[in-house]
Design a protein around this ligand. Structure first.
Ligand code: TXA
Ligand code: MG
Length: 329
């Protein structure tokens, strides 16, 4: 295998590319790869130096807990203490975009930096053939936050990863655009079930299987109720330009991120879903936000207006990400 320089290798997601990526992960290098949600920046979760490299490559200001990815539920559950709720949800939703925060198994070799020193562990089994083949080939927990610079928009295409991390990581395993487009639902099961981050697997779908799920406290982020992770910071997923939500009109200095039909006139428009389909809008969100940010800046526009988006089903997760994109920085 070739050695790693400051050049990032762009690998095809063929068996050979996957084998090379797995080798790099096993030797402590950083490799970006597709999951069904967004591209992740992977490192061997049992190698503290490799995991520290994730924070350095992302420019993440502090060590926030990362999700460990596994090829199977059995592999995931050897590192934590799943209760009956975790097993029911794993049966129903894995592989898939659900992350479970569980008590960590005392014998787990996952490095403590991976979970930011917490005694819990976030685990997930992604539903993407390349991710699963890579995880099976590495045969160890892979820590992977979204493969973007800290605070920026999550990548849903390999070219987004290149724009964010070229020259900072060993390799990018290049697959096509991701299907879901929003990060996984994060559910805390270390006590009464609590939704830490909304995603495409809804609170409703989870409650149907395990009963009531609390929402993260509205006061989270205050000193009394500190935030538990980066996806929970108020300002996140931020484009360069300021974002204005629930826009029914567009000012001359604004570009429009639209949804549905009958949109107000705008000098620059990208539509998340002309037919008003929330799943399509979720899959397009980060790519179109990124493009609009770039194109608007090139055209001398100075802000992004966003059409109202319904808050049911995955619309809740879309609004969650947009609210963070629009938060004061
Ligand atoms: O879809 C996804 O989940 C993507 C792909 C790559 O798998 N990953 C992702 O990772 O979004 P990241 O690092 O951007 O977000 C991790 C989320 C954060 O909100 C963090 O607070 C939460 O998981 N988290 C991780 N470990 C935790 C723990 N032990 N306790 C509470 N929350 C935790
Ligand atoms: Mg992220």
């Amino acid at each position: 295998m070739e050695s790693v320089t400051d050049q990032t290798a762009y690998l095809a997601d063929t068996p050979d590319g996957i084998a090379r990526a797995a080798h790099w992960l096993r030797t402590g290098e950083l490799v970006a790869f597709a999951t069904e949600t967004v591209y992740g920046l992977g490192a061997d979760a049992t190698n503290a130096i490799a995991v520290a490299g994730i924070f350095a490559a992302k420019g993440r200001p502090r060590f926030n807990p990362l999700i460990c990815h596994f090829a199977t539920a059995d592999a995931a559950f050897t590192h934590c203490l799943p209760d009956h709720r975790a097993r029911i949800l794993a049966d129903a939703f894995w592989p898939g975009p659900l992350t479970l925060v569980l008590a960590r198994h005392p014998a787990s070799p996952v490095a403590s930096i991976t979970a930011a020193g917490l005694d819990s562990l976030a685990v997930r089994v992604p539903d993407h053939p390349v991710a699963r083949a890579l995880l099976a080939a590495t045969d160890r927990p892979i820590a992977a936050p979204s493969a973007n610079r800290s605070g920026r928009i999550s990548p849903t295409r390999p070219e987004h990863v290149r724009a964010e991390l070229d020259g900072r990581i060993a390799a990018v395993l290049q697959s096509g655009p991701t299907m879901v487009g929003l990060e996984s639902t994060v559910l805390d099961l270390t006590g009464p079930a609590r939704l830490l981050r909304p995603g495409s697997i809804s609170r409703h779908a989870i409650e149907a299987l395990i009963g009531p799920v609390a929402l993260m406290s509205a006061a989270a982020g205050t000193p009394e109720a500190p935030l538990r992770g980066p996806g929970l910071l108020a300002s996140h997923y931020a484009p360069t330009l300021p974002v204005r939500l629930h826009a029914h009109s567009v000012a001359p200095h604004e570009a429009l991120l639209g949804f549905g039909t009958n949109l107000p006139p705008a000098r620059l428009l990208h539509n998340l879903s002309e037919r008003g389909d929330l799943l399509e809008a979720a899959a397009n969100l980060f790519d179109l936000l990124r493009r609009l940010d770039h194109e608007a800046t090139c055209q001398g526009l100075t802000a992004i207006a966003v059409s109202p988006i319904p808050t049911h089903e995955i619309g809740l997760a879309i609004n969650d990400r947009l609210t963070r994109a629009a938060a004061p920085r």
